[in-house]
Design a protein around this ligand. Structure first.
Ligand SMILES: Nc1nc2c(c(=O)[nH]1)N[C@H]1C(S)=C(S)[C@@H](COP(=O)(O)OP(=O)(O)OC[C@H]3O[C@@H](n4cnc5c(=O)[nH]c(N)nc54)[C@H](O)[C@@H]3O)O[C@H]1N2
Ligand SMILES: Nc1nc2c(c(=O)[nH]1)N[C@H]1C(S)=C(S)[C@@H](COP(=O)(O)OP(=O)(O)OC[C@H]3O[C@@H](n4cnc5c(=O)[nH]c(N)nc54)[C@H](O)[C@@H]3O)O[C@H]1N2
Ligand code: SF4
Ligand SMILES: [Mo]
Length: 739
């Protein structure tokens, strides 16, 4: 018997609906779900590979422990007990900060894990927390925190209605959108063009997205900040500043005018690589378009001046009247409103409340940047990291200086990984706790629904019931949380309190929490109650929660959502200001002090030096950061691990198409084949990240057979962004020579 099951692909942020034809575990086909109102049948090749992940013989299905004779299976009780006890003992002996935690990218795609993060981090009570945020979107979050008062209140391009869309350092045709959940992005961009709109891409490479665009401008890596300053300068100089409806909410317009005055297009043009007159035209086009959305992503946030750049992009949208306007950048009104829920508990974000021990780097949202991680493990003293927990991450391949981290991890007293693969990172663990796979748990996307280009909501149940002897991520994290709390509880009262929390979560389960969130959200009947609570400044969520759950309410519930297996479209984005602001005075200060300070310290850009080569990254549609490389169907075909450089540079350096080159940076060297292309700016070399699976002990049969090494073995941890100390992954000076 063949069944059709509707699910959501959770491999990237696009949330594509899929139709799985299957008989139990036996998957016959995976197709796009044409009835999903948001993704409209779109999928990419990775969705089909979900079946390879599901069937992968290398995927762990029970906890394992490292012994002198290799990995041996152990029971869940033994694994969870031993892990909690080891962590507890290390904290007793060396202080709470001796235990550290790293959260990888898929944590954000797993609602169960997300729901457990707060209780789990409370139980750990350590300042040594890290995540992929600091190799990714931290500057965006800092900017939303500073401007709008909440670290997750992102303005999202209204791509379906905009007249002008500028993408700086993003390649949605390959990445399928990021902090902009936008399935079927190619057709949406084509629709923009056929209604007379303009797509403009600013990128050191003529990317897949740039090839579709009406205009593409090469920009020298790391110089976006100067381009953006000049755009703002032109807006003021040519009297194009017109914030429109939100003008009355703004502070700092004059301060900003003075700050940008020196940054004329002429001053920056040579360094940026874009003529002054073109910069002027760009500013005029943004200002004069009936509506415009300016958007920046990874190429900008992981570069030298990511914080200033991310801030300036939002500023340009504000100054041109495009914030909170149809066709501009808008806030979402999600059914499960993570922003207002965390806002209610008073947790809107934090920055630089304390600093890291060794490097003195600022925390953001309770985490230190990953650039501090290895040093915190390797540097002796009170607070040195002795134990490490990795959840859904592979920092050895994804963070700068993988070899240093390798060294640091192998010197720890204890390491546990919550992951279903023995990869470059988890091979260092003492215990691995594997969760259920993507089709074995339900799928709900509290984060990505909150950054989608339409208000949408969807829940899909698991394809197959949780296999016997397996646990979901949230159950593993709850198992550890309960045990740690029990070990930590000094009084009977505390023990009872922890037991009650444990019972609360276990009774609700992930589904109960989704249901609760929906009821409390803007489309649930409890949304009003939540708004009232917020007005009263009350923080007693659980009590209200129980009442709402028992009551029979009229609004959106999980049950109603499940009756719509393809998801529910709640309509286009709507204006949300000023109510949505979390700033204390519900106003927007255009020039928060930290950006003002950073601008004072911004060096005047150098003219490009003759033979300098700057390395940037590159993503591929059939790859997903450092994983999904164990699928034959994804990795087959032309090799993609190569260094792309311009023929002019190749000639200067004596490099032939296809020949091996040695790329060296501050942390080391890698060898890889060169590919020559006019699509890359002269002086720039592009290398993909996430490869290099040949490290000893990696148990990924197919991935190991692929060629390649890790770009992050070239990048050092010392190159940090000035404001946040987050990793610089783009625009890195390297040398290149024939191998
Ligand atoms: N040089 C360079 N480095 C980069 C980047 C770059 O552009 N250039 N990009 C950066 C960015 S944006 C990011 S987000 C990071 C990503 O970096 P990481 O998050 O550290 O690494 P991933 O490659 O995403 O590894 C994901 C891991 O999660 C596991 N996993 C998958 N699903 C689940 C699940 O449901 N539960 C659990 N428990 N585990 C799961 C996989 O097996 C895999 O081991 O890389 C960063 N590193
Ligand atoms: N297929 C696939 N999809 C993915 C992922 C994947 O690995 N594979 N990863 C997912 C993750 S974790 C994320 S965070 C998103 C990222 O989503 P995007 O940001 O859209 O992805 P990238 O392809 O890294 O795009 C970054 C672009 O910045 C350019 N760039 C580099 N340096 C600079 C610079 O200094 N200035 C400017 N203006 N541009 C620069 C690069 O050439 C590149 O085109 O993608 C997600 N989707
Ligand atoms: S674009 Fe591909 S990987 Fe991303 S959600 Fe859709 S099918 Fe999955
Ligand atoms: Mo990312």
């Amino acid at each position: 018997m063949t069944h059709l099951h509707y699910h959501t692909c959770n491999l990237c942020e696009a949330m594509c609906g899929i139709e799985v034809e299957h008989n139990g575990d036996d998957i016959h086909a995976i197709r796009g779900d044409k009835a999903d109102p948001f993704s409209r049948g779109h999928i990419c090749p990775k969705a089909v590979a979900l079946q390879d992940l599901h069937n992968d013989p290398d995927r762990l299905r029970h906890p394992v422990k490292r012994t002198a004779d290799g990995w041996v299976p152990i029971s869940w009780d033994e694994a969870l007990d031993e892990t909690a006890q080891r962590l507890h003992d290390i904290q007793r002996a060396h202080g709470n900060n001796a235990v550290s935690l790293y959260l990888g990218n898929p944590t954000a795609h797993n609602h169960g894990a997300l729901f457990m993060l707060l209780p789990f981090t409370w139980a750990l009570n350590t300042r040594q927390r890290f995540s992929a945020t600091s190799t990714d979107q931290l500057p965006h979050q800092l900017a939303t925190y500073q401007l709008f008062g909440h670290q997750a209140l992102f303005p999202i391009p209204d791509i379906d209605r905009t007249d002008y869309f500028m993408i700086i350092g993003g390649n949605p045709l390959v990445s399928n959108g990021s902090i902009m959940t936008v399935p079927d992005v190619k057709n949406r961009l084509k629709a923009l063009q056929s209604r007379g709109g303009k797509l403009v891409v600013v990128d050191p490479r003529r990317t897949e997205t740039a090839q579709l665009a009406n205009e593409h401008h090469f920009v020298r890596p790391g110089t976006d900040v100067y381009l953006l300053l000049a755009l703002v300068q032109v807006l003021y100089a040519e009297l194009l500043v017109a914030p429109g409806r939100i003008d009355g909410l703004l502070d700092g317009k004059q301060t900003l005018e003075k700050l940008v005055a020196p940054w004329t297009p002429e001053k920056v043009a040579e360094a940026v690589g874009i003529p002054a007159e073109t910069i002027r035209t760009l500013a005029r086009d943004i200002a004069n378009a009936p509506s415009a959305a300016v958007y920046s992503r990874v190429g900008v946030t992981t570069s030298a001046h990511g914080s200033l750049s991310a801030w300036l992009v939002y500023v340009i949208n504000i100054l041109t009247g495009n914030l909170d306007r149809q066709g501009g950048v808008m806030f979402t009104n999600p059914a499960f409103d993570v922003v207002s829920m965390s806002g209610l508990s008073g947790d809107t974000g934090s920055f630089d409340a304390y600093r890291s021990r060794v490097n003195g780097y600022p925390e953001f949202g309770g985490e230190f940047p990953v650039t501090a991680m290895a040093d915190e493990m390797l540097t002796p003293g009170r607070g040195q990291i002795k134990a490490f927990i990795s959840h859904a991450g592979n920092p050895v391949l994804s963070c700068p200086d993988g070899n240093k981290l390798d060294r640091a991890l192998s010197g720890l007293d204890f390491m546990v990984s919550i992951d279903f693969y023995i990869n470059e990172t988890t091979r260092h663990a003492d215990i691995i706790l594997p969760p259920t796979g993507q089709l074995e748990h339900g799928q709900f996307d509290p984060i990505f629904q909150a950054v989608a280009v339409r208000n949408v909501v969807k829940y899909t149940p698991p394809l197959v019931p949780r296999p016997e002897g397996m646990l979901h991520d949230w159950e593993i994290l709850l198992g550890l949380t309960s045990r740690l709390n029990r070990l930590n509880a000094r009084s009977r009262r505390n023990r009872l309190k922890f037991a009650a929390t444990d019972r609360f979560i276990r009774t609700l389960g992930d589904r109960g929490i989704i249901d609760l969130g929906l009821r409390l959200g803007p489309y649930g009947s409890g949304g009003k109650a939540l708004a009232e609570l917020r007005e009263k400044g009350l923080h007693t969520l659980p009590k209200v929660a129980w009442r709402l759950l028992r009551g029979n309410s009229g609004g959106l519930t999980l049950k109603r959502l499940e009756a719509a297996p393809h998801g529910i479209d709640l309509g286009p984005l709507v204006p949300m200001l000023p109510q949505r602001l979390y700033t204390p005075n519900q106003r927007i200060n255009l020039v928060p002090a930290l950006y003002n300070r950073a601008l004072q310290g911004l060096p005047v850009p150098d003219a490009p030096q003759g033979n300098q080569l700057l390395m940037i990254g590159r993503r591929h549609l059939r790859s997903n950061n450092s994983w999904m490389h164990n699928s034959q169907r994804l990795i087959k075909g032309k090799g993609r691990f190569n260094a792309m450089l311009h023929p002019v540079d190749a000639e200067r350096l004596g490099v032939q198409e296809g020949a091996d080159v040695l790329i060296s940076g501050s942390a080391g060297s890698i060898t890889l084949p060169a590919t020559l292309s006019d699509d890359i700016m002269p002086g720039v070399v592009s290398v993909p990240h996430g490869w290099g699976h040949d490290r000893a002990g990696v148990q990924l049969g197919i991935a190991r057979s692929t060629a390649g090494s890790s770009i992050n073995d070239v990048l050092g941890t010392e190159r940090v962004e000035a404001v946040t100390a987050m990793a610089q992954l783009n625009g890195i000076p390297v040398t290149l020579a024939p191998a």
